[in-house]
Design a protein around this ligand. Sequence first.
Ligand SMILES: Nc1ncnc2c1ncn2[C@@H]1O[C@H](COP(=O)(O)OP(=O)(O)O)[C@@H](O)[C@H]1O
Ligand SMILES: [Mg+2]
Length: 284
Amino acid sequence: MIEVRGLAKSFAAPAPRRGGAWRFRARAEAGASVPANAKPAPGPVRVHAVRDVSFDAPNGRITGLLGPNGAGKTTTLRMLAALITPEAGTMRVDGIDVVARPREVLARMGVLSDSRGLYPRLTARENIVYYGALHGMEREAADARAQDLARMFDMTALLDRRAAGFSQGERMKTALVRALVHDPANIVLDEPTNGLDVLATRALRESLRWLRSPEGGAKCIVFSTHIMQEVERLCDSVVVVAHGRTVATGTVPELLAKTEESDFEEAFVKLAFVSELSAAGAAL
Ligand SMILES: Nc1ncnc2c1ncn2[C@@H]1O[C@H](COP(=O)(O)OP(=O)(O)O)[C@@H](O)[C@H]1O
Ligand SMILES: [Mg+2]
């Protein structure tokens, strides 16, 4: 079970390059005189990646974080995986605070990051077993589990190949098996279908449905996507994120009812882009 409340995170982004100001600063640094009315070089700008994200993801359910590019999905999931610290808000995994007790949280959570992050010189098996060992598993147990999962994800033939040169789908499968090696109760996937073909996407969907089922362990599954059809096909509940905020939560039928739409794409556009549309309207 994952509970996220009022999450916020901003980044200092490099200053924009503005010709004049930069030229003058360079000249001033070189000791040359600059005109009195020269503007100072612009300072770094803050990007508010996540402003206010909240959601609940129960066990035995697939919760979809749906939002356009740049909405703050990856930043949210990186905070959940304790890779970066939030500026505000709380996150609990099975009741454990992520910021206060990250190691305990990671023992209960499998994370598929957007970069996948495999060691290219290691084989798929070595990548998986190494990760299991980091979680305190015996090598033999991690290897047996890698073998079982590889069978389930139809990637046995990949196990003893080096990750360098893997296709996107092969990288995703390997990273997914790695994320599941310690049999976590919570599974967090950042855009897992990115770059997958239709068959690989279907296979992934099937695996997630199995992991959600009682036989598969009734896992708590959170996955992010910018594709409406993904959540329509797979998710028990949807969290719509736009401009770093949770703008709506519910099942697909609930979100359709809320927006008075019959088509989920229309509903999503209404929910995710309404602030942009009204801002554009105000500007006209
Ligand atoms: N490390 C970073 N430094 C500066 N800006 C960042 C950083 N990470 C994310 N951002 C910005 O935060 C916003 C949200 O990004 P992200 O969480 O990756 O969105 P999504 O995954 O929904 O596409 C974007 O505008 C992105 O450029
Ligand atoms: Mg992302």
